[in-house]
Write a protein that binds this ligand. Structure first.
Ligand code: BDR
Ligand code: CA
Length: 311
């Protein structure tokens, strides 16, 4: 599978990159960074750092510096001031390319129509910009997998919204309504099942290699945050699960439904709004139920143990 990665590393983003690098059937063609867990320029340097650690040379483009319609908000309280839990280390050797992440995505999608899968692990600002630059983007990509949203479960950053959608609700709504014919949403519904528990953390902690050492530093930081917040020695592998479901969709079950994102709710800005009625046909979805929106595959039940074993 040939993949364009859009990401905000970010501890779990970094783990997702490491996971992808270890999969023979995954080729990361290009990376775009986006604001979210940290600033977009820092996210790009962090992507370079992780790619260099795993021995991959991939172009990295800096993406959107802020969301469409609200001030920039980053998540140092989860991912640390350097975005990698204090373990970013020295500057990367490589440098970022000169085009923006949205331009890179559009250029590559046009050059390889129907070939590329987009994996979006951060706020959807770059993807929304790319749709505005190239309205045919939905037809040019092979498929899209998005980590974001909480359809049937509570949010994380607010009671109703996950961090990726909350950090740019307008972009998320634009992308969900853009008509991508093959889009999968890996929201908190699925990722909250993908908890690394004490046993898994101990097993991974015993691994000894430069990659394992880095991964364990990230996991120590990340599980430390969970211990502080929730009193449990766990952490949730949001972005790695999205990467895994992209490569092996059968690791989860899905339900198709049209989706939108709440933009004006006093308490619910950034919440996924889903049409969960049992809908008979695509024609019905297109006309009434989804306000013209194409249904999205929402990941539901995950084979957690198999995923954790792969990780
Ligand atoms: C998402 O938000 C970020 O903190 C994580 O990297 C993940 O992509 C989970 O809500
Ligand atoms: Ca992320």
């Amino acid at each position: 599978m040939r993949i364009i990665l859009d990401t905000d590393p970010g501890v779990d983003d970094a783990l997702a990159i490491m996971y992808l690098a270890a999969q023979e059937d995954a080729e990361i063609v290009a990376v775009g960074s986006v604001h979210g867990n940290c600033s977009a320029p820092l996210a790009a340097r962090n992507a370079l750092r992780v790619l260099e650690l795993v021995g991959l040379t991939v172009p990295v483009a800096v993406g959107a510096a802020r969301p469409f319609a609200q001030p920039l908000q980053t998540a140092e309280f989860v991912h640390g001031a350097d975005g990698l839990g204090g373990h970013a280390g020295p500057e990367p050797n490589g440098t970022v390319v000169s085009e923006s992440a949205a331009e890179q995505l559009v250029r590559l999608a046009r050059a390889h129509p129907g070939e590329l899968t987009l994996l979006a692990l951060g706020p959807l600002t770059n993807i929304a910009l790319a749709v505005l630059l190239e309205p045919d983007l939905p037809k040019l990509l092979r498929s899209v997998v998005v980590m974001g949203g909480a359809v049937t479960v509570p949010g994380n950053i607010t009671p109703y919204a996950d961090a990726n959608f909350f950090h740019d609700p307008e972009a998320a709504d634009l992308v969900l309504g853009a008509g991508f014919p093959d889009m999968t949403l890996v929201g908190l519904d699925a990722t909250e099942q993908a908890r690394a528990g004490a046993e898994w953390l101990t097993a991974v902690g015993a691994l000894d290699s430069p990659r394992a050492t880095f991964a364990n530093r990230l996991l120590d930081h990340y599980s430390g945050f969970y211990s502080q917040m929730f009193g449990t020695h766990t952490c949730t592998l949001h972005d790695p699960l999205a990467a895994a479901l992209m490569l092996e969709p059968k690791l989860a079950t899905y339900r198709e439904m049209p989706l939108a994102v709440e933009l004006t709710g006093t308490h619910t800005r950034g919440q996924v709004v889903s049409d969960q009625r049992l809908i008979a046909s695509d024609a019905y979805i297109a006309t009434k139920a989804g306000a013209g929106r194409v249904a999205v595959k929402v990941a539901e039940t995950v084979e957690v143990q198999r995923f954790l074993d792969q990780m």
